[in-house]
Design a protein around this ligand. Structure first.
Ligand SMILES: Nc1ncnc2c1ncn2[C@@H]1O[C@H](COP(=O)(O)OP(=O)(O)OP(=O)(O)O)[C@@H](O)[C@H]1O
Length: 228
């Protein structure tokens, strides 16, 4: 289980007068399930990139338990992310020429941590996300099936946190509901923290906490941001 503590975080981009993201203090308890919402351009992806170590943090601290991502060089951040964060993105980023099973295993293979046990785990996860033919090529899967494979891939190494960026946005209603069900059900098994950027009420309403962001700043708890 991983908890997040952010202090004094500022993410800036060239050509912008104000920071794209500014977080004075934010704590997310281990095992909690948090929704992030906000209008386009409000800083949601910048937040995801900062807390997953995809983007370097120059100002402030982003601490997952004892690990401050701001102090890690890129290679160490990548290693830490692979071992601790399961990422589920709106576009699933599967390799079309690989099977569902090979896609689930690929990040572990690339990280050099493959073992027989992981193959068993992958098969179990594919069954849980209702992919009945693990050897089917990814390019033959429906969009809903692709996202379910991506959920299985994210959970393979039992991450302390799953970060999902609009995981249901490109799915039809039925598939979106199933993916939301699976994210909630499967993260609950190991007490995995879940942080989901989403405008999908089917998912947002089912999470414990709802953080709203506008112009790079989180609204005080309980307040709605304008233009959402
Ligand atoms: N690499 C970059 N270079 C310059 N500006 C950037 C960069 N990435 C993001 N920004 C700017 O930072 C602000 C926040 O962008 P961000 O992508 O985090 O918003 P968002 O809430 O995820 O938007 P959306 O919902 O449209 O994806 C925007 O004004 C955006 O133009």
């Amino acid at each position: 289980m991983l908890g997040l503590e952010i202090d004094g975080l500022e993410m800036r981009f060239a050509g912008m007068n104000a920071p794209a993201l500014s977080v004075r203090h934010l704590a997310i308890a281990p095992g909690s399930r948090v929704a992030i919402t906000g209008p386009s351009g409000s800083g949601k992806s910048t937040f995801v990139n900062a807390i997953t170590g995809l983007e370097r943090v120059v100002h402030g601290t982003v601490r997952w338990n004892e690990c401050n991502l701001a102090t890690l060089p890129e290679r160490k951040r990548d290693q830490w992310r692979g071992a601790n964060i399961g990422l589920v993105m709106q576009e699933f980023h599967l390799f079309p020429g690989l099977s569902a099973m090979e896609n689930v295993l690929l990040p572990a293979r690339l990280a050099g941590v493959m073992s027989g046990g992981l193959k068993e785990t992958a098969l179990g996860l594919l069954s849980k996300v209702r992919i009945n033919r693990p050897s089917q090529l990814a390019n033959g899967l429906s969009r809903g099936e692709m996202q379910r494979v991506a959920v299985a891939r994210a959970l393979l190494r039992k991450p302390g946190v799953v970060v999902a960026d609009e995981p249901t946005a490109s799915l039809d209603s039925e598939s979106g509901t199933l993916v939301a069900d699976l994210l909630l059900e499967l993260t609950a098994i190991n007490g995995t923290t879940l942080i989901a950027v989403s405008h999908d009420d089917r998912l947002v309403q089912r999470l414990d906490r709802h953080l709203r962001i506008q112009d790079g700043v989180f609204a005080p708890q309980g307040e709605r941001v304008a233009a959402e």
